[in-house]
Design a protein around this ligand. Sequence first.
Ligand code: MRU
Length: 358
Amino acid sequence: MHYPLRTIQEDGDAVVILDQTQLPRETAFVRLTNLEEAARAIRIMQVRGAPLIGATAAYGVALGLADAADDARLARVLETLGATRPTAVNLHWALARMNAVLAPLAASARRQAAWDEAHAIARADEAANAAIGANGLPLLAAIAQKKGHPPDPLPEEGGDYVGQASPVRSERAGAVNVMTHCNAGWLATVAHGTAIAPIYAAHDAGIDIHVWVSETRPRNQGLLTAWELAQAGIAHTLIADNAAGLLMMQGRVDCVIVGADRIAANGDTANKVGTYLKALAAQAHGVPFYVAAPLSTIDFACPDGAAIPIEERSADEFGVTDGHVANPAFDVTPARLIAGIITERQLVAAAALAALRP
Ligand code: MRU
């Protein structure tokens, strides 16, 4: 089991989310009861991470159709949710999927159908991420073999690790050293995570693993990753974003695995700002750089990275309210820097993404 709870759960006519603006200081839950609350939760990043944003948007449609479900209302609900965050394509993918199911139905049938479809989207995300973990595991197992440390025997039980005070070690000789950026763990998804899913799978398989967790300025999503890994008893070390190049130069990174917010048809990948610099450093030092994402993150309508909209967020995130601040929240890593994309179906070369086109 690679997550202690689902990040979004149905509760009668509402959904309950884990408020990520409070983590890792506090574990607080918020009940979303209507469209506006769902849209706000996405906008202010109470929920975040492309797959979880998509699932929340789907439930937001169900919440938004509580009182009326005619064509005008459906259009307004889709528009409101669609305007919350621009880069993570899972949001727009989920809304398009909801619309495709709901639009042909009579208004009276839409409300229940919306709950059913949102439920299906959430469950599919959970299954996809579990498969990403399984598909990424051989990469880490191969590194472990090469380093001469075959996996230990399987631990007796995966188990629920919430609150367990496992001894969390840091970098040490022989471990597989993976670097990640932002948070692409279970918090960023309905369950399991994307980039962190293979790490959980490797840990469960007894592979000695250590994770370099990049802080991820300005929102510090790396702290969420460090929190997740601590909960799971996985060795990790938090680093400033700018330390990544040095660690790669010193040979202390075996591979990089990051998540994605939108992957263009040619394999160019938008992810949290700072990802591109890690990919450049990885190329310079011969460190393989992988992207892990569900198929719902691939935007085949988007030809290349230049067509991916980049969210510009508020200067407040720097702790200043005036002055000259640019705050692009994402950057684009060109396909040529990506060794492979780990999806729920298979590991593919970025250049061969077309094989996964539906
Ligand atoms: O702005 P956020 O926190 O919603 O950013 C999205 C992300 O969580 C990351 O970019 C992540 O690496 C990809 S989503 C699993």
